[in-house]
Design a binder for this molecule. Structure first.
Ligand code: PXP
Length: 239
């Protein structure tokens, strides 16, 4: 069964709009878990405009599910991850000012860098995942870095889904099969939604985890957080 990790960055973005503590991100993390989320994801960016480094520290003790920290592996990001010791770290290649992650790693060009970084995380007992495009070659290069998993960058699927779901998912199925063949674990995320999630998971049922933020938190405005999480879980429960 594919696990749902809720990315709570948008809750922090809303809070930061007023500078106070409403909505409270700690309460949101606790409630997401209580409502059925099987993981919590945070993505601290260098300018702390969403989740702040101190939020990550504060959230750690309340996590009863799986804690996934995403980010570009700068020294300050790595120090935070070593201090907080999440279950998983997901490495993204974002430049510091990126609005959101909009490309996967070039695992060929960055192989040496990623290999060194991943070794440090693995020595600390933290599972690693690399954000990656649906590209079989890059997935093979990812395997050489020693990473445990890759996270498929699903925005192109989400865009293509509207006009032709089968065509949109096809490169992801091929990439996912390549990952499975060489023994890489598989996550997915970016722009997954109530509309497009079920078809994606039905096409690649061996995905271990999806991390979903923007659409899920937006849906919660209409359906409430508890209902929304249950709706996403039903989309994942395709048995
Ligand atoms: N995975 C990664 C690596 C991301 O950077 C993001 C966005 O922060 C997501 C998943 C979640 O994407 P979305 O907010 O579109 O659900």
């Amino acid at each position: 069964m594919t696990r749902l990790s809720v990315n709570i960055n948008k809750i922090a973005t809303l809070r930061n709009a007023r500078g106070g503590d409403i909505p409270n991100v700690l309460t949101a993390a606790i409630d997401c878990q209580h409502f059925g989320a099987q993981g919590i994801t945070v993505h601290p960016r260098p300018d702390e405009r969403h989740i702040k480094y101190n939020d990550v520290r504060d959230i750690r003790p309340v996590i009863t599910t799986e804690f996934n920290i995403e980010g570009y592996p700068s020294e300050s990001f790595m120090d935070l991850v070593f201090e907080v010791k999440p279950h998983q770290v997901t490495l993204v290649p974002d430049p510091p000012d990126a609005i959101t992650s909009n490309a996967g790693w070039d695992t060929k060009t960055n192989k040496d860098f990623l290999t060194k970084v991943i070794k440090r995380f693995k020595d600390a007992g933290i599972r690693t995942s690399i954000f990656i495009d649906a590209n079989t070659e890059l997935i093979k290069h990812a395997k050489d870095t020693g990473t445990d998993r890759v996270e498929l960058y699903t925005e192109p699927y989400a865009i293509g889904y509207a006009s032709n779901p089968g065509k949109a998912v096809d490169p992801f199925v091929k990439a996912a099969e390549a990952a499975r063949q060489i023994g890489l674990g598989l996550n997915a995320g970016h722009d997954l939604s109530l509309d497009n999630l079920n078809f994606f998971i039905a096409s690649i049922p061996w995905i271990e985890e999806v991390s979903i933020g923007h659409a899920l938190i937006s849906d919660a405005l209409y359906y409430g957080l508890e209902n929304t999480i249950q709706m996403y879980l039903r989309k994942l429960n395709i048995a």
